[in-house]
Design a protein around this ligand. Sequence first.
Ligand code: COA
Length: 168
Amino acid sequence: MLRPWHLDDVDSVHEICQDPAIQEFTTVPVPYTKEIAEHWIRTSPLKYLEREKISLAGVRSGEIALSVSLHSIHEFDHVGEIGYWVSPQARGEGLATHAVEMLTDFAFAIGFRRITAITLPENLASQKTLLNAGFELETVLRDGMTRRDGTQTNSVLFSKFPKVKIAD
Ligand SMILES: CC(C)(COP(=O)(O)OP(=O)(O)OC[C@H]1O[C@@H](n2cnc3c(N)ncnc32)[C@H](O)[C@@H]1OP(=O)(O)O)[C@@H](O)C(=O)NCCC(=O)NCCS
């Protein structure tokens, strides 16, 4: 189930975001403190109301399993970028793919016309997730990202589009 973030989720988010893969492959602040988790959760409804970001928690059996969000929204152009992480315990079960599909379906239903996702070149799990969720590999962005160690590297851009509606 995808739902808005609750303040009760702070401890779970704080614990999950200690994961080395999340710190390496996403832009979460490092070190990731409880205050950061709380600020992120507290500001998420405001960002939604300001049409800046849609940020949702994925819950399974009452536990936080994942985060999925649509950010870098440019409303005039009908575009946004998707980002996600899955808790280490919940990986390898297709949850990221399912969540990405749910959020992109919702985004297309409310009028988005292009959703992108950008990964580091070696983040094969994320790239597979995107392909499984119906994204296409669009291009490689030369020197498109900075690693945690400060070096610049290529990034890989994926995109997904709404299905064309055929008139009956
Ligand atoms: C990327 C991530 C979200 C995937 O979550 P998940 O729930 O395990 O993903 P899914 O189970 O939906 O799919 C993962 C796919 O990647 C594949 N995969 C996993 N590790 C892989 C690897 N090292 N090399 C190649 N494929 C890999 C899986 O086999 C699966 O594909 P399949 O179903 O066709 O077999 C998770 O690993 C994660 O949170 N990573 C750290 C944060 C991150 O990278 N976020 C994305 C930033 S762009």
